[in-house]
Design a protein around this ligand. Structure first.
Ligand code: SF4
Ligand code: SF4
Length: 341
């Protein structure tokens, strides 16, 4: 049985066991570092000083602890993860345990994609506007061109999505970003900007955002390559505009800061400042000690890494098809056709 099938089965077992009373995460996100070569307006992370980063051995201890806790999907981010010289070894260690993905700003991707391709199941490249607008939001000229070149290279080897953050300054380009994704042969994943206390306030105007979300939902229904589910857009619209909250289950996603510390209850509410190092912590005890119910109707953010797992239901056939069956098929297809050398 292939690794991905094992991961899916483990995930199914985890989902079934989560129908019982014990809450456990099955997705993990890890910021490898805060350092970044870009200067995005809405981002608090590049403004932070990195302390000593985890060694490769510590990264492996962290991954093992997460696997033992039942995690099946591992997502790496930063800062800019490709700035770590040992990124290939970290990804290799992760790929032997989890379905593994990475988010990058794409600057180094053209040169590095071939290096990391064997250890990734999915790659996200951030694009927040077309051309000059992207460069302005990301604070560095040339970043749009680099990201697009990186996507073109990475798609030779891997399934790729554009990751796009909707802000007050780029919301008018959401449709164009979907069209860009279509022209590059990749899907697009949307997030809504959240106003962190230590970054520029970029969250979109509520009424204009409603129009954008409704339009993206319409495009999703028409078959445009948008990653988020229809349920995702409907839940955000229902909560933020019709006072009908979704039930947030932040315990399904565990986040780890660059020091290897667990971030609870979610990285939005405590702005990514963790407490105990993963491999030195009794994760079951920690998870059992948190009053998760008090976050059920929070609905402050629309981050898909929390919202999509919260919405997922084995009783919803379209979600099972979109999230599990289609993913398995696209994975098998991607592995079935040899990448050009
Ligand atoms: S590329 Fe990512 S980590 Fe770097 S500044 Fe932009 S949002 Fe922050
Ligand atoms: S809605 Fe967002 S901010 Fe609120 S608990 Fe869920 S993940 Fe955290």
């Amino acid at each position: 049985m292939g690794l991905f099938q094992q991961v899916v089965l483990r995930s199914i077992r985890r989902q079934l066991s989560s129908l019982g009373s014990e809450k456990r995460p099955f997705i993990a996100g890890h910021k490898l570092l805060y350092t970044c070569n870009l200067r995005c307006k809405m981002c608090p992370f590049w403004r932070r000083q990195d302390e000593k980063l985890l060694s490769l051995e510590e990264e492996k201890l962290m991954l093992k602890a997460l696997a033992d806790f039942g995690v099946s999907f591992m997502g790496f981010e930063g800062g800019e993860p490709l700035l770590r010289r040992d990124i290939k070894d970290i990804l290799a260690a992760s790929h032997s345990l989890f379905h593994t993905s990475l988010v990058t700003n794409g600057w180094f991707l053209k040169e590095r994609a071939r290096d990391i391709k064997d250890y990734l199941d999915y790659l996200f490249v951030s694009i927040d506007g077309i051309g000059e607008l992207h460069d302005r939001l990301r604070g560095i000229p040339g970043s749009f061109k680099k990201a697009v070149e990186g996507i073109k290279e990475a798609t030779k080897y891997l399934p790729v999505s554009i990751s796009s953050t909707i802000t007050r300054e780029n919301m008018h380009q959401a449709e164009e970003i979907v069209e860009l994704g279509r022209s590059l042969g990749v899907s697009v994943s949307f997030q809504v900007a959240y106003d962190y206390s230590t970054a520029d306030k970029m969250s979109p105007d509520a009424q204009r955002l409603r129009g954008v979300l409704e339009r993206l939902l319409e495009m999703k229904k028409q078959g445009y390559p948008i990653v988020e589910s229809k349920e995702y857009f409907m839940s955000v619209i229902n909560s933020w505009y019709h006072n009908d909250p979704w039930e947030c289950k932040p315990w399904l996603t565990i986040n780890i800061d660059p020091q290897g510390r667990v971030v609870t209850p979610c990285y939005v509410l405590n702005e990514y400042s963790g407490t105990q190092r993963v491999w030195e912590t009794d994760l079951r005890k920690l998870w059992a000690s948190i009053d998760w119910d008090s976050y059920r109707s929070c609905n402050k953010c629309a981050l898909s890494c929390y919202l999509e797992p919260s919405l997922f239901s084995w009783r919803n056939p379209s979600m099972v098809r979109e999230r599990i069956i289609d993913n398995v098929i696209s994975y098998i297809r991607s592995r079935g056709s040899p990448a050009p050398q």
